[in-house]
Design a protein around this ligand. Sequence first.
Ligand code: ACM
Length: 414
Amino acid sequence: MRRRSFMKGLGATGGLAMTSGLAAPALLSGAGRAYAQGGELNVGLLFSLTGAVAVVERTLHDAALMAIEEINAAGGVAGMQLKTFIEDPASDPATYADRARRLVIRDNCVSVFGSYTSASRQAVLPVVEQRNNLYWYPTLYEGRECSRNVMYGGAVPNQQQQDFVPWLTENFGKRFFLIGNNYVYPREENNVCKMLLAGLGGEAVHEEYVPLGHSDFSSVINRIRTEQPDVVFCTLVGDSDVAFARQYHAAGFDPEKMPCASLTRSEVEVQAIGGEAAVGHFSSAPYFMGYQSPENEKFVQAYLSRYGADQVTHFVSEAAYFQVYQFKAAVEKLDPANITPAAIRDAAVGLTTMAPQGEVLIDANLHTHLWPKIARWKSDGQAEILVQSEARVAPDPYWAYEGETCTGEGLVRG
Ligand code: ACM
C-alpha cells in the first residue's frame, strides 16, 4: 500500500507522550479487584438492541455472544467460564456511558465489548479510562484517538480510504459529493477524503450532514441531481443509510455513472435496503461475507445455523466475533491470580489470531492490522470483491495528521 506524499511521515520521535485519558487513581483502577472468581470471569456486552443503530448493533451483539458461547462450550478461557452481562443502551450515547458504568463497577466485568458509532465509543471512553477497564470496539472508525483502554478492531482511514479514493477517481472521476450523519465519524472521514482528493486533483463538490436516524433525503437527492458528481461518498450509518439507498434508487440514478461509495454499507445494511437498490454500488472493508477462507466458511456456517439461514455476516460482526477470541488468547497468557483489564491489554499486544478475513494482529497502538478490500454489491445481496490487498495493512490512526502518532505509550506529538 502506498502512502501519499501529503500525508504525514511516519516515525515521529520525541515530543510529549501522553494517553488520551486521565491517569487512573489506584482505588478506581481495578488494580486490587479480583476478576477471576468461582471459576468465572465476567464480561459485558454493550450493543444497542433498540433504536436507530440497532439494525447493525444487534448483529454485533449476536456475533460476540456466539464467540463467547463457543468458547464456553469448548472449556472456557484458561478453564474459566465467561459469564456474560448484557445491557441495551438503546442507541443513545449517554445511556452507553451509564450502562458501561454498571458493567464495569457493579458487574465487575474485566472487559466490555461494545459500540458501533464513534459517538457511543466516545461516551464510554471516560468510564473505561477512569476505571482502567478495557473496551473492545469492533467498528471501523475515523482514527485520531489513542486510548490505552480501547482495543480497536475495525479499520481506520488508512485501511479503508487509502486505495479506495484513488480507485474511485480512476474509475469514475474526481468530483465527489459527500453525505454523512452529523457526528465525529463522518466529518473526520470526509476530512481524510478531501485531503486524498486534493492530492489527486479532485474536489468535494458538496458536503452535507444529517442527524442520526434521519430518513427524508429529498433535498439531498435534489442537490445531487443539480451537482451531477462522479461519486457519492457515503458515511451514513444505520437506518439513515438504508433510507438514503432506497431514495437514491427511486430517484433513478445509475450506479454505473454515479455510484455511491460507502465506508459503512455492509451486507446487513444491503439486506435492510432490499431489492435492487444497493446493486452496483461500492464499499471498502476488510471483510465481506463471500470471502473464501476455511475460517470464514466456519464462521458463516456457525452464524447462520445459530441465527437463521436468512441472516448475514459483515465486516463489523466479523470483528465483534474475532475480538472475543483475541480476548481469550490474551487472558490465556496470564497467571489467573493476576487477570486485570490492564494485564489483558498488555498481553494482547503483538497477538496474532486467525480471523475469517485472514490472520489479524494487534499493534502496540491497540489497533488491528487488517486486510482491506473493495467490492461491488450484487443482486443477491452479496459483494463481489474487486480489489484485495496483498498484505495485511498496519493501522495508523493519525495517518492524515501531521506530527501526531499513536504509539504503545499513547499519543505522541512532535
Ligand atoms: C462509526 O461511527 N465509527 C461508524
